[in-house]
Design a protein around this ligand. Structure first.
Ligand SMILES: *[C@@H]1O[C@H](CO)[C@@H](O)[C@H](O)[C@H]1NC(C)=O
Ligand SMILES: *[C@@H]1O[C@H](CO)[C@@H](O)[C@H](O)[C@H]1NC(C)=O
Ligand SMILES: *[C@@H]1O[C@H](CO)[C@@H](O)[C@H](O)[C@H]1NC(C)=O
Length: 246
């Protein structure tokens, strides 16, 4: 009797061990750093340096989102926008934001950025001699999200759906736990010193115009740009498309 109970227990343990070996690793639920296929635009210190107010141009265009277990998010966008009427005039945009996210009861996600921290570098070399570096603040509502195991690459894949239900290009898990800059406010508003940027030859955070409408995800300009979105994400920006204005 005792020995048969023991063998049942052994068998159960053996079965559990076998299951543990064959069971796929659990699919993470949103937590991690996700990046589009080129996997070279990634959130964290490699994309934006908040101390020196510098964007670091990734090798390829792409987007990346990070979500932490304690409710913080960070996003990095690098897009090249082709200009079909003048192919020699591609535009480039780099955007960085972070803040907090909320999972809503209806399955949507609300992303609320820390307004003073977001940055955008907009380059349109045929219209402006220098790139335009501004603050950037755009809250987002994502209608839903889905995390699945990619059948081909066996890497967890995140699909985010915009407020209107259109999916953003698929994102793949790049880091778990996420790779993010500090989640607290990095650059509180300070008093502006007019002319400071040119006078010192260096952009100081106090010089940045709070002009998040230069090109916003919701403006008509951007909606036009969105038509070139798929092309842009997969296009490698030609070197020198982006300039800083110092
Ligand atoms: C889902 O819930 C959020 C937060 O309550 C709300 O802002 C959003 O409009 C809702 N979406 C739909 C489709 O009802
Ligand atoms: C940031 O954008 C939100 C809407 O997206 C707006 O309500 C808020 O006033 C903006 N904050 C600043 C400092 O511009
Ligand atoms: C993406 O890049 C990161 C950092 O270089 C690397 O650790 C990760 O394995 C890459 N992921 C994929 C799917 O190539």
């Amino acid at each position: 009797m005792v020995s048969s109970i023991a063998s049942v227990l052994l068998l159960t343990a053996a079965l559990a061990a076998a299951q543990a070996q064959t069971a796929p690793p659990p699919i993470p639920d949103l937590i991690g750093t996700w990046s589009s296929k080129s996997n070279s635009t990634l959130t964290g210190p490699g994309f934006y340096d908040p101390v020196n107010e510098l964007f670091k141009e990734p090798k390829h265009t792409g987007i990346s989102y990070s979500f932490s277990a304690d409710g913080h998010y960070e996003e990095a966008y690098y897009r090249a926008i082709s200009n079909p009427t003048n192919p020699k005039c591609p535009k480039g945009i780099m955007q960085w934001q972070h803040g907090s996210y909320t999972k809503n009861a209806n399955g949507s996600l609300t992303l609320a950025p820390i307004a003073v921290d977001g940055r955008q570098l907009y380059s349109d070399p045929c219209s402006y001699k220098s790139a335009v570096f501004t603050r950037y603040n755009a809250s987002e509502i994502l209608k839903q999200y889905a995390v699945e195991m990619d059948g081909y690459s066996h890497i967890p894949r995140l699909t985010l759906y915009k407020f209107d239900g259109t999916p953003i290009i698929p994102l793949y898990l790049a880091f778990s736990p996420p790779q993010m800059l500090p989640t607290s406010t990095l650059n509180p508003l300070t008093t502006a010193t007019p002319g400071g940027a040119k006078a010192t030859g260096k952009v100081r955070r106090s010089d940045l115009p709070l002009n998040h409408n230069v090109i916003n995800k919701r403006t008509p300009q951007m909606q036009t740009a969105d038509r070139w979105w798929w092309f842009g994400v997969f296009m490698t920006a030609s070197g020198g498309a982006l300039y800083y204005f110092f």
